[in-house]
Design a protein around this ligand. Structure first.
Ligand SMILES: Nc1ncnc2c1ncn2[C@@H]1O[C@H](COP(=O)(O)OP(=O)(O)OP(=O)(O)O)[C@@H](O)[C@H]1O
Ligand SMILES: [Mg+2]
Length: 358
């Protein structure tokens, strides 16, 4: 392990940890590529650095809505630190052998092929387990000892014992906190075992605040003008706080994620003659039920004006009108709620609102 100074790496003097021991001699092919356009929200960066510096026999569980930046955050911190990563995206059929390894025939000989967990333990890498709440809890229980920093015994390989190298860390990402998803927004999410969850430190992410999202768009779509970027971010904020009586969740059936926002903005950037309306339709609205799609397109017209280039005959739809009186009222209520939420967050923690490190 060798100590690195975090202030110079993350170009910030407001980090809660000033230096960190990073494992030396990491395999360069396992270190994620640096994304120069990535914007570090300071509050989250601090929590991540604190975990990497002082795991205290815990692992780190990043929860939050789809496309808010959980996986990217973990990868970009590792990239900047030069820390190797083993990454695996889990699903409902994942089993402990996918993590630990399995016996296989090679040139007529039965050998044990180690999985990403063992490789990360041996090399002192960060194991990133995406969508951990999709994996059956019975299979995850095989990790319980390892998650507390204990060695792993591979019963399938004659009881071989693997001791964790000093740099070994585990970071999981998921859309839920392991308590299932009663709204069915994230189908397949399971209720995880409490003994398993007891071994994790939790960090909750949400979509970046307006200021951060503007910086993200500006960094990634440099040719878009600032006014358009501001309006797109405003549209994202409105759509995230939409309350709809017609939908089971009370909100839009699909989240307007940072991933979606970047998609819409990127479409507009690579094809300037495309209207924002069309970019929004193909990038997001078409996956929604009809009534929600109409609402989204009306809100778009409200912010960006009617689509001058719209073909009224296309797909049998007329160009969307402005929001109705009821919808206007709904929007105002949402804005009040959203402003209240921002106020509360600001007083609770060091909100990334003012603190972003590009
Ligand atoms: N702070 C940020 N700076 C730059 N880009 C970001 C940031 N946060 C999110 N993004 C971008 O948003 C997109 C979605 O991020 P990511 O895949 O990490 O989300 P996620 O939370 O892991 O989503 P899921 O739950 O669907 O796996 C990516 O393209 C990522 O680059
Ligand atoms: Mg992810």
């Amino acid at each position: 392990m060798s100590a690195v100074s975090l202030e110079s790496i993350f170009r910030s003097q407001r980090l809660c940890v000033s230096s960190l021991d990073v494992p030396s001699g990491q395999d360069p092919s396992h270190i994620p590529a640096v994304d120069e356009n990535y914007v570090f929200p300071l509050g989250l960066l601090n929590q991540m650095l604190l975990y990497l510096a002082c795991p205290l026999h815990d692992c780190l569980y990043l929860s939050g809505p789809s496309g808010c930046g959980k996986t990217t955050m973990a990868l970009q911190v590792a990239a900047r630190l030069g820390w190797g990563v083993e990454q695996l995206t889990l699903c409902g059929k994942s089993e402990s052998a996918d993590l630990i390894g399995h016996a296989t025939l090679r040139r007529g000989e039965l050998v044990f092929e180690y999985g990403p967990l063992v490789r990360a333990m041996r090399r002192g890498e960060i194991l990133i387990l995406n969508e951990i709440d999709l994996m059956p809890p019975g299979d995850l229980a095989a990790l319980n000892d390892v998650l507390e920093g204990k060695p792993l015994t591979i019963t399938q390989n004659l009881g071989e014992v693997i001791a964790p190298a000093p740099g070994f860390r585990v970071i999981a990402t998921a859309n839920t906190k392991g308590m299932g998803d009663p709204l069915g927004f994230y189908s397949g999410a399971r209720t995880l075992n409490q003994a398993f969850l007891d071994r994790w430190r939790f960090v909750e992410l949400d979509y970046p605040d307006e200021r951060t999202e503007k910086v993200i768009l500006k960094q990634n779509c440099q040719s878009l003008d600032d006014g358009l970027i501001s309006d797109l971010v405003r549209l994202a904020g409105e759509l995230r706080h939409t309350s709809l009586a017609s939908s089971a969740q009370g909100t839009l059936s699909a989240p307007f994620s940072t991933r979606v926002l970047l998609r819409v903005a990127s479409l507009k950037m690579v094809c300037p003659q495309l209207s924002v309306h069309k970019a929004l339709e193909t990038g997001f609205a078409l996956r929604l039920p009809d009534s929600e799609r109409e609402y989204v397109m009306r809100l778009c017209a409200d912010i960006f004006g009617n689509d001058e280039r719209a073909d009224p005959g296309a797909m049998g739809k007329k160009a969307p009108g402005r929001l109705t009186g009821d919808e206007e009222e709904g929007k105002k209520t949402r804005r009040r709620r959203s402003a209240k939420k921002t106020e509360e967050q600001g007083s609770l923690d060091e909100s990334p609102d003012k603190d972003t490190e590009a």
